[in-house]
Design a protein around this ligand. Structure first.
Ligand code: ADP
Ligand code: ZN
Length: 220
């Protein structure tokens, strides 16, 4: 039986950061479509080459490619497990695709955590975000600084700014979220699966709220 937890929220809401924190205290298998796509780009794979043009301009990668990587990921994983999806699904089509993949594996969506953050905070977070080129760990120049500037605490790799965190692209990504992804909020609310957390708070506070929401303590 496969159980899925979905992190839903705009770019900069902290999906990756919170997923990293949650991973430490649980047995969840973290699946970030953004990280997987960036790995494909780095490795120069055909799928990466196809995806890169969309990613660099802040557009969504076509659903078909995304469903391919998700299906392949589930096929490689254990048949009984809990997955934490970060950045997926992002369209109604992907949500339907996930439901079909889960149904074929006696699985289900357990909960969807909506990360709410004021837009001004999102822009500030994305502008200051730095990621490790080697292990994809996430930092922020002011809010989550590495011990040594420009160097990853975890692996010593170089910290870089993602190409799609450039100011012009950030606004496009926020618009893409509103247009193509925000509709999923209603979809999952209607299914009674949605829990909302205030992800505009400092990381550790938001993480504690998410852990509580997932254990069922603070559903609202
Ligand atoms: P963020 O949530 O901060 O935008 P991600 O790493 O989740 O960062 O995504 C980066 C980019 O990768 C997106 O702008 C999009 O181009 C692509 N991407 C990631 N996940 C998906 C998805 N589920 N569907 C379509 N495109 C995706
Ligand atoms: Zn690293």
């Amino acid at each position: 039986m496969i159980e899925a937890i979905i992190l839903l929220g705009p770019p900069g809401a902290g999906k990756g950061t919170l997923a990293e924190g949650l991973k430490r205290s649980t047995d969840l298998i973290h699946v970030s479509t953004g990280d997987m796509l960036r790995e494909q780009v780095k490795a120069g794979r055909p799928l990466g080459l196809q995806a890169k043009a969309y990613m660099d301009r802040g557009a969504l990668v076509p659903d078909e490619l995304i469903m391919q990587i998700i299906a392949a990921r589930l096929d490689r994983g254990p048949t009984a497990a809990r997955y934490l999806f970060d950045g997926f699904p992002r369209t109604a089509e992907q949500a339907r695709g996930l439901e079909a993949l889960l149904a074929a594996r006696q699985g289900r969506v357990h909960k969807v955590v909506l990360l709410e953050v004021p837009e001004a905070v999102l822009v500030e977070r994305l502008a200051g975000r730095r990621v490790c080129q080697r292990c994809a760990a996430v930092y922020h120049v002011r809010n989550i600084p590495p011990r040594q500037a420009g160097v990853c605490d975890q692996c010593g790799g170089p910290l870089i700014q993602r190409p799609d965190d450039a100011a012009a692209t950030v606004l496009n990504r926020l618009e893409v979220f509103r247009r193509q992804t925000a509709g999923l909020i209603n979809h999952y609310a209607e299914l009674g699966l949605l829990v909302t957390i205030n992800a505009g708070q400092p990381r550790d506070v938001a993480l504690a709220e998410m852990v509580a929401a997932l254990s069922g303590a603070t559903q609202r």
